[in-house]
Design a protein around this ligand. Sequence first.
Ligand SMILES: [Cu+2]
Length: 334
Amino acid sequence: MPDHPPAENDADAPVGIGAETPVGERAGFRLAAFGAVLIVVLFAGYGLGRLNNSTASASAPPAPTSSGAAMPGMVMDESQPHAHNSDGTVSQAAVTTPMGAAVGGLSLSSGGLTLVPETTTFTAGKAQRLAFRVKGAGGAPVTTYATVHDKPLHLVVVRRDLTGFQHLHPTMASDGTWGIDLTLAEPGSYRMIADFTAIVGGQQIATTLGGDLTVAGNYAPQALPAPARTDNADGFAVSYEGTPNTQATQPLLMQVTGPGGAAARLDPYLGAFGHLVVMREGDLAYVHVHPEPLLVDGRVKFWLTAPSSGSYRMFFDFQVAGQVHTASWTLKID
Ligand SMILES: [Cu+2]
């Protein structure tokens, strides 16, 4: 792959979703290329507990313990809060800039890799095999992936009106073909977004590729629900505090209450107490963030920088008693 990521991502590269320092030598390259003055702080990791004071944390990311970009070849600690970026980076630092955060999933190709679905047409309400490959620069399918959050590849499928969200984990055949049974309930145009870290020539390429799937029929698009801070997910009341903006990384605290009114006992799911996917209305730009490793007063704490003004749908996956549930909210950024 080229040393330099595609221009599409470069525009947003040095900004953070929750935590975002490009890993490896590209970091230095990109920062130098921009000539941007950035304050890069690495999260304090397990020391974050001392920042739980809400006044201290409301406007500031966790205290720095060191500065500068990650060392080349550094392996991410997936237990720490971080973002999976669209441009071949996974990052763990908070970067505050006047720009919004990087987004992914908008293109079939990025970082020298191309998403190649076998079939993109589905029948409404019928389970059908979704198969695809990820091809490298020479056209050969990638067959080696790093396990990130317990899985080598995370697949998000959502209709263009942001309904019908699914977070799936396909399996890969030895020839590099990924497959999973997929049911798309209603007609319309859908987006498939593959989030993974490919290993190509010994180098890790973390990226997010997206493509369209279509279901023929009478498409009745739904308007985005009004912005709200509570949702009911399979009987769990799920609310959040925090107000993301494009200027700085802000905390988001998710609270899950069980049907009886008591705080639900959350299980770790895929290596974290929750997963947050944020998608923009209008282009389905994708952001994926992971929380701090420990609960904060029983809540799941993320750090998020909004990519831009606009309307977003946030999808929060959590697990209780072995069952995964998804809460979702509409978020409007001015
Ligand atoms: Cu996943």
